[in-house]
Design a binder for this molecule. Sequence first.
Ligand code: ADP
Length: 387
Amino acid sequence: MAHILTLNAGSSSLKFGLFAPGAEPQALATGLVERIGAADGQIKLKAADGTVLAQAGPAPLADHGVALEQALAMVQSAFPGAEIDAVGHRVVHGGPDIGAPQPIDEALIAELERYNPFAPLHQPHNLAGVRAAMGHFPDARQIACFDTAFHRHHPWEEDAFALPLQLYREGVRRYGFHGLSYDFIAGHLAQTEPKLAAGRVIVAHLGNGASMCGLKDGRSVASTMGFSALDGLPMGSRSGQLDPGVLLYLLEQKGMGAAEITELLYKKSGLLGLSELSNDMRTLEEAGTEAAENAIAYFCARIRRETGALAAALGGIDGLVFTAGIGENSARVRAQVCAGMEWLGIEIDAAANAAGARVISTAAARIPVLVIPTNEELVIARAAAAG
Ligand code: ADP
């Protein structure tokens, strides 16, 4: 029977999902290949309920093609007879114009390769996954789904930087990312809370990568992430918003090169840099050191600041949604973010928040605060099913 495969290829990892088709694709399994290119690659396949179905490694996995072959062999033995007729790919960058999933052909790949310089740590690896899947499934529909696409209707002042206009023309713009997650939340709200979905909703996607988005009538109006996935909120190991003067200081005074600064901003900053301990929120919450507490306080303060900024961009706020690893699971962070935002109508019910309820605001609060698990793979599977 025809099935859908979703692929999310990173530099040394490959996340994949198997879905049964239907009006709404049903997740059957998810998998993760890690340490592609290293001698100790690993593959794990889990059922939709989290049970481990199969695992392999440590063993060498030369490249994304080999990783995909072995992952698919695992899928075939766990789901014999499951034929893949559509593959949905997560691609980080769709450039300034692409606002929806696209069927993949050579012309599209050539266009997407042009955006490699905009997302050098992600885009080439995403496209390596696309190539591997096209080689393996020459007859399947291949659909690209973009992190930037959901944000392509921002007003001009949310799309530009105040730099010489030529740079804007060249593509130096505020693209925004995590669009698949925001797309899921917007769709989920439209189904479950249509009145709220028609209003002004701020979504906080707080994972290892973190950003926020202002939605008006289900469409993105503004995002905290800009040209790259470095902007806006501090993240596990990324800096978030930074005075560009800091970059000049690193370049001119400390003599750092591009590779060193890239490493600093992407891998050594954020929660990790501030805590001098970990990029992982759970570890920081358990640590209780002064630096860990300061890192959490900085994270929460920036979320509050961006909430105010997005409320201004939206002309008000009718609801706040927390999602992704930290947003879905950390009652502590949710409480700390919301403390002091009563002026926006935000008031948390401590018991509901501690219990991880769907609605964590008090009955008397002016606006609802919701916790909604995101599902980026389902957004990709839907697009692949639709063709
Ligand atoms: P990614 O951006 O890699 O997809 P996730 O959305 O999985 O990241 O989020 C990972 C983050 O969620 C980590 O910082 C992790 O510590 C945090 N997290 C997961 N569960 C909890 C929890 N119960 N309490 C606090 N933080 C949590």
